[in-house]
Design a binder for this molecule. Structure first.
Ligand code: ATP
Ligand code: MG
Ligand code: FE
Length: 336
């Protein structure tokens, strides 16, 4: 079975062809990062226009690379939320047009579920149930994956996402968007004990996150040091901030794993590419006897392949959309 999948929720235009849910035949990602960089973040209107320009060539390249003809496609998966409304609309409109013209079933995919399903692509042996920690540019969530179409949201952030804090702090320190990878790099030669930053909501069995206080504390530190005419040590700031985020994510994930009797833990989303988070999760999971999973780096950030994998498991159980499918900017994780 062949799935054609489209992803345009933010600043990557991506199309993929997936065979039987787990085999990536192609995964073409056209990133707009260099275009948005001079603005310090994603400009929604520019993102929509770029998606319009690139969506058809990216689909064509995905089909060409996979050596699969449009007629051979079994169904079309597309991200319809959450994300930027104008950006989502481009993918949704393209997928609906293809579905109508080719008379192929349409599958509306939740972007966050797609991030989680990236783990199935990197780990052929992985099967539900497992606990997922989703850490991305716009979300921080703990989700129980009970089977391929039954999920339970244990908790999420009340304010900023983890990725947002990484990006904002990097920007104030003068690094280009997106700052997460920069902080990861800087932290490698910094002292994580140099500065004590606050942790929020750390009581047991509280699966909500809050990163806005930590973000403000780091920004205040930077501004205060500047006002005093001190040159702060970027490596120590990065390492101390990153340690605080990683400890919070790890503590809450392990707490949630015990609470829901999970045996396997998977991370997903752009921030799961963070080397300190991966190392900390690997170590603690090994110590405590959990199997640990993480997508390969290219599948951690936005891509069409993860959407194709999610679409396949929806299609298997007949969860199709019709041509009334619309963009849903704040779509929540759902069970089917
Ligand atoms: P969402 O998935 O919530 O809609 P998004 O799609 O914009 O948001 P992703 O593509 O999943 O987010 O991830 C992008 C985020 O990942 C950015 O905030 C980026 O800084 C962060 N990121 C990428 N690599 C790393 C890293 N090595 N360390 C920390 N953060 C990282
Ligand atoms: Mg992106
Ligand atoms: Fe994403």
């Amino acid at each position: 079975m062949y799935t054609l999948a489209l992803e345009t929720s933010c600043d990557e235009t991506s199309a993929a062809v997936i065979q039987n849910g787990r085999i990536i035949l192609s995964n073409i990602i056209s990133t707009q990062v260099p275009i948005h960089r001079k603005f310090g973040g994603v400009v929604p209107e520019i993102a929509s226009r770029q998606h319009i320009e690139y969506v058809m060539p990216v689909i064509q390249e995905a089909l060409d690379t996979a050596q699969v003809d449009l007629q051979e496609i079994d169904h079309i998966g597309v991200t319809y939320g959450p994300g930027l409304v104008g950006a989502l609309l481009v993918g949704v409109a393209a997928a609906k047009a293809l579905s109508f013209a080719l008379d192929k079933p349409l599958v509306g995919v939740n972007h966050m579920e797609g991030h989680i399903f990236a783990n199935f692509l990197s780990h052929p042996e992985l099967e539900p149930p497992f606990l997922a920690l989703v850490v991305s540019g716009g979300h921080t969530q703990l989700v129980q994956i009970k089977d391929y179409n039954t999920f339970s949201l244990l908790g999420q952030t009340r304010d900023d996402a983890a990725g947002e804090a990484f990006d904002k702090i990097a920007r104030v320190m003068g690094y280009p968007y997106p700052g997460g990878p920069q902080i990861d790099q800087l932290a490698k030669t910094g002292d994580p004990e140099a500065i004590i930053f606050p942790k929020a909501l750390h009581e047991k069995n509280n699966f909500e996150f809050s990163f806005s206080g930590l973000k403000s504390a780091v920004l205040n530190y930077l501004h205060t040091e500047e006002q005093r005419g001190n040159r702060y040590n970027v490596n120590n700031v990065a390492a101390s901030f990153q340690k605080t985020v990683v400890e919070t994510l790890v503590e809450k994930t392990m707490d949630a794993a015990a609470y829901c009797h999970a045996e396997k833990i998977a991370v997903a989303g752009g921030v799961s590419a963070n080397s300190a988070l991966a190392e900390a999760m690997e170590t603690i999971c090994a110590e405590q006897g959990y199997a640990f999973y993480r997508p390969e780096p290219v599948l951690c950030t936005d891509n069409g392949a993860m959407i194709g994998c999610r679409a396949y498991y929806m299609a298997l159980e007949g969860h199709f959309a019709d041509l009334t499918l619309n963009a849903r900017p704040s779509l929540a994780i759902t069970s089917y």
